[in-house]
Design a protein around this ligand. Structure first.
Ligand SMILES: NC(=O)C1=CN([C@@H]2O[C@H](COP(=O)(O)OP(=O)(O)OC[C@H]3O[C@@H](n4cnc5c(N)ncnc54)[C@H](O)[C@@H]3O)[C@@H](O)[C@H]2O)C=CC1
Ligand SMILES: O=C(O)[C@H]1O[C@H](OP(=O)(O)OP(=O)(O)OC[C@H]2O[C@@H](n3ccc(=O)[nH]c3=O)[C@H](O)[C@@H]2O)[C@H](O)[C@@H](O)[C@@H]1O
Length: 472
């Protein structure tokens, strides 16, 4: 049998991954009809909105959707119809960390993957290639196959592929248009390899063939967890070194530069920070920890666990620096927090370090004023409510103010904390900020963004992560 020629694609899950990924497939493959479906009506309405106020912010995404929507790209809540018509179905639903039951706090919650898989089994009447796009534990494809085969009807055959996504938020469109690699895992059977080739042919419309890697199913699933674990490990390593820099007077920028110059190490992903955030690093490492423990490999589990522990340490170390520097108390003091998203160029706040910092400041009964260029106010209130479960929102609102620009955020504050590396923070008029702050005026840079010497000359007391300089 030859690989099928994919003509219709359905993507279940119109989130940060399903939306941009399948929009780019539609853009690059005008001969394929791509329908992205979701149960969430308001999300689909936003994808279909006349003014392109899409549910997620990604540079370049609106242009892609403008070109393809209505041509061969469609967004819908009619999940069954899209499944029925498709030759190939991406499962791109959320896989959060389990909150209760076996593996709570570590294992991935596969409920959404299972429900989507059961829906495919219930609806499909013809052969389908089912592609795991969500990040899942190793051997999830086996469970999907069992569900599909036990519930199939009308003689439909299912081939399961793993095709994990490596895009980063903020650069999703760039990453999708020019990926380092596309990874496709399949069973090494005739049918499995044909299905793999069918998907490879879709990507080959714009991705050079040598960047399309084909491997076994389990290797593909594990490679995704491994890539995220190793990326996060680099950040925890550099953040661990930033603590040594602060204690010794070494400069983390210089250390990163010197270390990264070694071609075996490389310069990327060595930027010290207030801690990594985002929906995936912590979740995927905890998933790997759980997998290792389930496989009776406690030393392996402990090794990866430490990457998350170091990240928690980095956040609490930063909060403590703020308290200690502000004369060991921030009770009743006013602090501006610049940035709430987990990184620049996204409105996503999942696991953002800013949330932990603000929670810590509120526990000391400080007043916090937040400015972020992209995060919605409602999202900030929701995140702070979840972070402080024992504090009613009305109480949180007495201590927290959300404003719309940097100057307003910093006015009459004792301290400014930089939590996200938004480009516009590079352009801040620090003299004006200083003139309007309570003195002594402190700046705490958790993102290596500011010119500390320049700010000190203005009169600020400055603390930068990974720099040993005093506040003088
Ligand atoms: N956010 C990111 O940058 C990346 C995420 N991933 C992985 O991709 C997967 C998806 O992540 P996101 O897109 O960020 O999640 P998300 O939460 O933004 O989107 C998931 C969507 O799936 C929908 N959904 C859930 N169950 C459904 C069902 N049965 N039928 C129809 N729709 C359903 C939800 O309503 C939601 O809109 C996760 O496994 C994540 O680990 C992988 C690479 C990057
Ligand atoms: O599986 C996923 O969800 C994705 O997770 C990350 O992407 P993302 O979380 O969107 O963004 P990153 O650029 O990796 O940043 C993650 C966090 O690390 C922080 N970071 C990053 C790099 C660095 O040098 N230092 C640092 O503190 C960022 O500020 C951010 O809080 C990976 O980079 C993607 O390859 C992967 O597909």
């Amino acid at each position: 049998m030859a690989p099928i020629d994919v003509k219709k694609i359905c993507c279940i899950g119109a989130g940060y991954v399903g939306g941009p990924t399948c929009a780019v497939i539609a853009l690059k493959c005008p001969h394929i009809t791509v329908t992205i479906v979701d149960l969430n009506q308001s999300r689909i309405d936003a994808w279909n909105s006349d003014d392109f106020s899409l549910p997620i912010y990604e540079p370049g995404l609106v242009d892609v959707v403008k070109q393809a929507r209505g041509r061969n790209l469609f967004f819908s809540t009619d999940v069954d119809k899209a499944i029925l018509e498709a030759d190939l179905i991406f499962v791109s639903v959320n896989t959060p960390t389990k909150k209760s039951g076996v593996g709570a706090g570590f294992a991935a919650d596969l409920n959404y993957v299972e429900l989507a898989t059961r829906r495919i089994a219930a609806v499909a009447t013809s052969n389908k290639i089912v592609v795991e796009k969500s990040t899942v534990p190793c051997r999830t494809a086996e469970s999907m196959r069992t569900i599909l085969e036990s519930n199939s009807h009308g003689g439909a055959r299912f081939d399961i592929l793993s095709n994990p996504e490596f895009l980063a938020e903020g650069t999703a469109i760039k990453d999708l248009l020019s990926p380092d690699r596309v990874l496709i895992g399949s069973l090494q059977t005739g049918e499995g390899l044909d299905a793999c080739q069918a998907l490879a042919n879709v990507y080959a419309n714009w991705v050079p063939k040598e960047r399309i890697l084909t491997v076994g199913l389990w290797s593909s699933e594990l490679s995704k967890l491994a890539a995220n674990a190793m990326l996060a490990q680099r950040i925890s390593s550099i953040n661990a070194l930033s603590a040594i820099c602060e204690a010794t007077g070494a400069n983390i920028d210089e250390v990163s530069h010197a270390v990264g110059f070694d071609s075996r190490i490389g310069p990327k992903f060595l930027r010290a920070s207030v801690g990594f955030g985002g929906s995936c690093f912590q979740k995927d490492i905890l998933n790997l920890v759980y997998l290792s423990e389930s496989l009776h490999l406690p030393e392996v589990a402990a090794y990866w666990r430490q990457v998350v522990d170091m990240n928690e340490y980095q956040k609490s170390r930063f909060s403590k620096t703020v308290v200690d520097t502000l004369f060991k108390t921030i009770t009743g003091k006013h602090i501006a927090v610049l940035g709430f998203a987990f990184k620049a160029d996204t409105g996503d706040t999942r696991e953002s370090a800013a949330i932990t910092l603000i929670r810590d400041f509120l526990s000391e009964r400080a007043y916090v004023t937040i400015y972020d260029p992209k995060v919605e106010e409602s999202q900030i209130w929701q995140d702070l409510s979840e972070a402080c479960p024992n504090t009613p929102l009305e109480t949180i609102k007495k201590y927290v103010t959300i404003v719309h620009n940097v100057i307003e955020a910093c006015k009459d504050k004792e301290a400014v904390v930089i939590a996200t590396e938004w480009k516009e923070f590079l352009e801040i008029d620090w003299q004006t900020v200083y003139d309007h702050m309570t003195k002594p005026a402190f700046v705490f840079d958790g993102r290596l963004l500011i010119d500390a010497d320049k700010l000190r000359k203005i009169g600020f007391k400055v603390k930068v992560i990974g720099r040993g300089d005093s506040t003088q």
